[in-house]
Design a protein around this ligand. Structure first.
Ligand code: B16
Ligand code: MG
Length: 218
């Protein structure tokens, strides 16, 4: 029987806790537009692309039809500038608990590693947190047609790695991300809250709880 050959990671909420900074940036943008968002919206934004997230935020302020596509792009750029100012001093200290140890253990077990983040800031974070060299493949989200929950980004990662999807494990913090992993025919591991990630059988609080031998035998 073939065992797991590759692990495909999500970035935000898995390798680092940037969902907080994404939320704070959206909150700031909403305030600039004259409305409030609460952290209840946070789960809906996880794993969702920048422009799709903007629509979710604008809907919360009943403003979704108030802007042209060009204006929406400008608003998304504004949010991104706020987000980038919040992550500009990130270092390896901002890696999630157990992230570095898991990457090292996977490398030592000859498991391939890829990144399947829809964030256009993921490359910056890989470099800033000094983990780029662990990744055999980093998918460029601008090459991917359909965002999560579509399987596209995970399938592209597997294809670039040269590994069959059924021999891949995907690790995600977002409900939409777990759906993407499952639709890709891969095995999902959730990071976060079991009640929120109720579409995933295996959910850990953080990467530090994951045993590499368990992954290999999945
Ligand atoms: P950016 P992931 C996702 O990253 C975030 O979860 C989501 O909140 C964000 O809107 C999206 O990236 C796009 O990010 O605006 O930086 O391109 O979870 O797929 O690593
Ligand atoms: Mg995520």
């Amino acid at each position: 029987m073939k065992m797991i050959e590759a692990v495909i990671f999500d970035m935000d909420g898995v390798l680092t806790e940037t969902s907080k900074q994404h939320y704070l940036a959206w909150k700031q943008l909403a305030e600039d537009l004259g409305f409030e968002i609460t952290d209840k919206i946070n789960e809906d934004l996880k794993g969702i692309s920048r422009l799709e997230s903007l629509d979710i935020v604008l809907r919360a302020g009943n403003m979704v039809d108030k802007f042209t596509d060009c204006e929406k792009n400008q608003l998304a750029d504004r949010k991104n500038l706020i987000y980038q100012s919040l992550i500009k001093e990130f270092t390896k200290e901002n890696l999630s608990v157990g992230a570095l140890e898991l990457l090292i253990a996977l490398k030592n077990s000859n498991i391939k590693i890829a990144l399947a983040s829809v964030s256009k800031n993921a490359q910056f974070l890989l470099e800033a947190m000094e983990i780029r060299d662990y990744f055999d493949v980093v998918v460029d989200p601008s090459e991917v047609k359909n965002g999560k929950p579509a399987p596209d980004i995970f399938l592209m990662a597997a294809q670039k790695l040269g590994v069959e999807p059924r021999n891949c494990v995907g690790i995600e913090d977002a409900y939409a991300g777990v759906e993407a992993i499952k639709s890709a025919g891969m095995k999902p591991i959730g990071i976060g809250n079991k009640e929120i990630l109720n579409n995933c059988d295996i959910v850990y609080k953080n990467l530090g709880e994951i045993n590499t031998n368990f992954i290999i035998s999945m």
